[in-house]
Design a protein around this ligand. Structure first.
Ligand code: 1CP
Length: 359
């Protein structure tokens, strides 16, 4: 494969020297952009957008063209895997995702479908191939899935939840059912990520949005354990692909996450970047972690908050600037420009410019 024109993100993932801190934004192609809203109305609805390769490609490239970010992320969703497994996904306006089938016990797990990614998720394969062609190695492309635990929360709750009583109940009542479900999901996730790698993504990321609702021992047993399985399975056939694990509210288990063999850990805004760096040493890179709600503030507050994140990580490579979670739908895109401008202006002083040959 041809070398990347902008390899800052990959270099930072490998903790190699860079001229400045790379930056991309979780949900960078989302609802805060009017251009995204236009692409979504062309598709009719969100799920159709994910399933129409040309439109998913356009949505992926939108923030790259507009903001010159250091990485693209394929436009898709974590819930397409349970959708392909036949769980009956729909998105209800203002209510979020809903599944017509839910997992309530052992029998539901036994009946789960095994997906064939190249058939059941052919639209994703095609969207990635289109994006790879259009990007023409300008910046790296990130592929992703949800973590086994996070996908399981939606499949057991049937929708977005605040308390997660059903899944936590099932975990205590029928731990073996939970383990069977999670092992099955780990397999489907590995196969889907392998398809994405084969189609040309440069990096993969697992979104564990709901691992942080668990007490630490349960997090290790039911969430991290299965992300570890995915990392180990991917490594067998992809020695060098950088893998990022993001657990929202996972800050207490950083050393355990680093021990999975991943290359980078995504941190939410509640984590202390300096303390995390001290814990992981030179084992993994760190990604994050500006509070997304800083984007509601005045430019000078935003700039100061960006400097504080850069300062918290400190000098040297191994940091990828990002928000601690997705960009909210109602922020002004101009405020994102303020964030990006601050990263570009202030981060070079955290890197040793004399070591740089080229980026
Ligand atoms: O247009 C719309 O109304 C749909 C909004 C939307 C978008 C833009 C959803 C619905 N998903 C997405 C895209 C998406 N989702 C991306 C695209 C790439 C990017 O630009 O970053 C990614 C990486 C995701 C991942 C995702 N989907 C996560 C994990 C990350 C996170 O934000 O925590 C989760 C939990 C979902 C589920 C999901 N998708 C959409 C909704 C409304 C939800 C439910 C969220 C919840 O339960 O609160």
């Amino acid at each position: 494969m041809l070398p990347l024109k902008n390899a800052r993100f990959l270099k930072a993932l490998r903790r190699e020297a860079v001229d400045r801190t790379p930056v991309w934004i979780m949900r960078q192609a989302g609802r805060y952009l009017s251009e995204y809203q236009a692409i979504r109305s062309q598709a009719g609805n969100f799920l159709n957008l994910c399933k129409t390769p040309e439109l998913a490609c356009a949505a992926t490239l939108l923030p790259i063209k507009k903001f010159q970010l250091d990485a693209a992320i394929i436009f898709s969703d974590i819930l397409i895997i349970p959708d392909a497994m036949g769980q009956g996904l729909s998105f209800v306006a203002d209510e979020g995702p809903k599944f017509s089938k839910v997992i309530a016990g052992a029998a539901d797990v036994t009946n789960l479908k095994e997906i064939t990614p190249l058939e059941d998720l052919a639209y994703l394969d095609e969207a990635i191939r289109l994006v790879v062609k259009e990007l023409d190695r300008a910046v790296p492309l990130i592929g992703f899935t949800g973590s086994p635990w996070t996908l399981a929360t939606y499949m057991v709750e049937g929708q977005t939840s605040k308390q997660f009583n059903k899944i936590r109940g099932l975990m205590y009542k029928e731990p073996q059912t939970m383990h069977k479900l999670l092992a099955h999901l780990a397999q489907q996730i590995t196969a889907t990520l392998q398809m994405q790698i084969n189609a040309g993504v440069d990096v993969v990321m697992l979104f564990d949005t709901w691992g942080g609702i668990l007490a630490d021992p349960s997090y290790l047993e039911f969430s991290l354990n299965y992300m570890h399985t995915v990392v180990t399975n991917l490594r067998k056939f992809n020695k060098d692909i950088p893998i990022i694990l993001f657990t929202k509210n996972g800050g207490r288990c950083i050393s355990d996450i680093a021990a999975t063999g991943c290359n980078a850990i995504g941190l939410d805004w509640a984590a202390d970047l300096a303390a995390a760096r001290a814990l992981v040493g030179d084992k993994v890179a760190l990604q994050g972690n500006l509070d997304p709600c800083v984007l509601y503030a005045e430019p000078k507050v935003i700039t100061a908050a960006v400097r504080q994140v850069l300062d918290s990580y400190g000098h040297g490579s191994g940091h990828i600037f990002n928000l601690g979670h997705g960009i909210p739908a109602d922020v002004d895109p101009k405020n994102l420009e303020v964030v990006l401008d601050a990263v570009r202006r202030f981060s070079p002083s955290y890197h040793d410019q004399t070591q740089m040959v080229q980026v």
